[in-house]
Design a protein around this ligand. Structure first.
Ligand code: UT7
Length: 337
């Protein structure tokens, strides 16, 4: 029996809103400092979209670039990973597909926090393996200022905005760019560790009495930090084993950009030199579901990811939810930024 088709990375794109927001701009309204944000999180600046630019707008920009990178003018499905959709209803993806000139294709959102991009990629790989789709556009896009309180120093310095996207196409297992086995999971007992309390079904009876802050992200940062390191390291180890690799084979660790200290701790736990962990948190912040595709695009563009590199991807975030997978970085792939 022939092997099921495998999802292969054939296109990569990214888009950042042009407005740079240095730490100094946040310090003007928050009880924090440039030094604290740089040392404790690793961020110097992030990008914010203009108020009339939405998650869907950024997803269209990144999606168009990924399709151009793939040389593809059509796909069979569009998946948008986001925690900051344009509307509670409908999903953002159908509008993105429409704007990309892809009428009638299946399109839906994936809500899995900062792991959303890898979750959406896993769903896309399943669609490809089952023969339901030949080529899928997977976007991670976030407008975090729609859910982050600008007056909360525990969250406001962390997050940034932008979008990244990949095109996955049916190919043969073990080809360069083929997605390896995925290790993923969740722990809903800690759902309240990163939560927007109001605006959903759970809080609907109190909606009229909800305070302004209830519509923004509340995060128990310190607790999340500890779980992030433990879960990312465990998922990464399992994904490497599932691929039949050894940790020493890993050339590049592409980790969700939540906090540079988290990346360093995960790398240290795994024994991967931190110099082999490309990073862009200092210039874009934590862009949640957009983080991994943005980092892939930036690392590829800078030559930090080279053809043949054995690459390990790992993400962690609200849910709590995590995911990890592997791939050999393909030749002939040019990121479009
Ligand atoms: O992407 C989704 C998943 N999210 C994450 O993975 C985020 C994980 N968490 C983190 O990255 C970190 O926990 C934070 C960046 C959120 C916080 O850093 P921390 O080193 O864990 O700080 P902390 O909460 O332990 O607080 C340490 C101190 C406290 O002061 P005291 O009690 O020691 O006097 C805080 O009040 O730092 C203080 N603090 C701040 N000081 C200046 C907390 N936030 C700030 C701030 N500026 N923005």
């Amino acid at each position: 029996m022939p092997a099921a088709p495998t999802a292969v990375l054939v296109g990569l794109g990214a888009w950042l809103p042009p407005r740079r927001v240095p730490n100094s701009e946040l310090c003007a309204r928050l009880d924090t400092s440039d030094e604290w944000i740089r040392e404790r999180i690793g961020i110097a600046e992030r990008r914010f979209a203009e108020p009339d630019v939405s998650t869907g707008d950024m997803a269209v920009e990144a999606g168009a670039r990924a399709m151009a990178s793939a040389g593809a003018d059509t796909v069979d499905a569009v998946l948008v990973a986001t925690s900051s959709p344009d509307h509670p209803c409908p999903a953002t993806a159908p509008w993105v597909a429409h704007r990309l000139g892809l009428p009638s294709v299946a399109a839906f959102d994936v809500a899995a926090g900062c792991s959303g991009f890898l979750y959406a990629g896993t769903v896309a790989a399943g669609l490809i393996a089952s023969g339901t789709a030949h080529r899928v556009l997977v976007v991670g896009a976030e407008t975090m200022t729609s859910i982050v309180d600008p007056d909360d120093r525990a969250t406001a310095p962390i997050f940034g905005e932008g979008a990244g996207a990949v095109v996955l196409e049916a190919g043969v297992p073990h080809a360069e760019g083929a997605m390896g086995p995925v290790v993923w999971g969740s722990d809903g007992s800690l759902a309240d560790a990163i939560v927007v309390p109001a605006g959903g079904a759970r809080g609907r009876r109190e909606r009229d009495r909800a305070a302004r802050g209830d519509f923004f992200v509340h995060m128990r940062g310190n607790e999340v930090f500890r779980h992030a390191v433990r879960r990312m390291a465990a998922a990464a180890r399992d994904a490497v084993a599932a691929a039949g690799w050894e940790m020493g084979d890993i050339d590049r660790l592409i980790a969700h950009q939540a906090n540079q200290r988290i990346t360093a701790a995960v790398a240290d736990t795994l024994g991967v030199p931190v110099g082999n962990c490309p990073s862009n948190i200092h210039e874009v912040g934590n862009t949640a579901a957009a983080s991994l595709p943005l980092l892939l695009a930036h690392a590829a563009d800078r030559g930090d990811l080279k053809p043949g590199h054995r690459t390990l991807l790992v993400a962690f975030g609200s849910g709590l939810a995590w995911a990890a997978t592997t791939l050999v970085w393909p030749a002939g792939l040019t990121a479009r930024l």
